[in-house]
Ligand binder design. Sequence first.
Ligand SMILES: [Fe+2]
Length: 341
Amino acid sequence: MRRLCCATAAPHPPPVVVVRDQAGLSPAAQLALNRSFDAAATSYGHGSDQALLAASVLQSDLVPIPGVPQVKLLGNGLVESHEGLASVRLRHPQHFSFHAAPLSEEESAAGFTRFYRWHMDAALYGLHPPVVTSLLALEVPAGRLQTVRYDDGSGDVLRDVSLGTTAFVSGELAFAALSAEQQAFALRCSVRYAAHPYIWIKLAKAHPTGLGLLSQGLELGASELPPVEEGKVMTYPLVWRSASGKPSLQAHGCCLADLLVDGAPMGDLARARETLFELMRPGIAPKLVLAHEWRKGDLVLFSNRALWHTVVGTLGPEERRVYHQCNLAGSEAPEAYVPAE
Ligand SMILES: [Fe+2]
């Protein structure tokens, strides 16, 4: 690895490490790099059941590399003769198919786009969230700029992000952005995730910020899901202890099934979503977003337990984006932040 630097595009940059000129990194070496952060981790962050993955909203986003299935091919456009894959048509996730009220074609043509889906990389059913995600950029689309619109009544926009950027925010800064009253409330909350969450939300639609779903009754019913093992349903604290010992707000709003306050379920999905949204929204304020300007060969490593991230942008069918991604289901659960007495 030739060069190590921290990206500094935002005034308060999240801890994202960028190593330039790594296009030659093999899938096996990338897997070994991820393992170095959690030696006991073995399976991919979303597990190895390709049938379940294929039935989910992640179906066409992640193509396993033959022989190293924990490393996934993702991106946009046609890829041929690649690491043992004969021919794959990749599809960059676009907000048009996921947001309840997407931008119009005219708005898109004028250079506007959206955050697709803020998330941490995590199965949230039977597997713990990965510690680290690595992303290796093998091909990056030409750099026209786009403006991200929040469209939530705030008037917020994030200007001049490069095409196909990945946006990051920090859970620590998101917690710090809350009032003292909100912080005290957040510390009392836990998030219960849905069983088979990415299948459950297959028909549901997102808020225009990409920060959670609208409650339109579109989630699949129990009879439409694969068999559920109750022991695999995950509940995590809303505030995690970061590697630096600080409180970090960490949740996957789209997969939330209920919010528990002092251990008591709200029992109202719409209210739970709205409550979580209010706690998370300050964390994606434009000044807190790092939009990484990818270069071919960039290897990005980020703390998947301390950051939220999202795909951004609207790519045409011929705008090629070819990446290798790796993360491994955590060998241990994340740690709750417990304030000092
Ligand atoms: Fe991701």
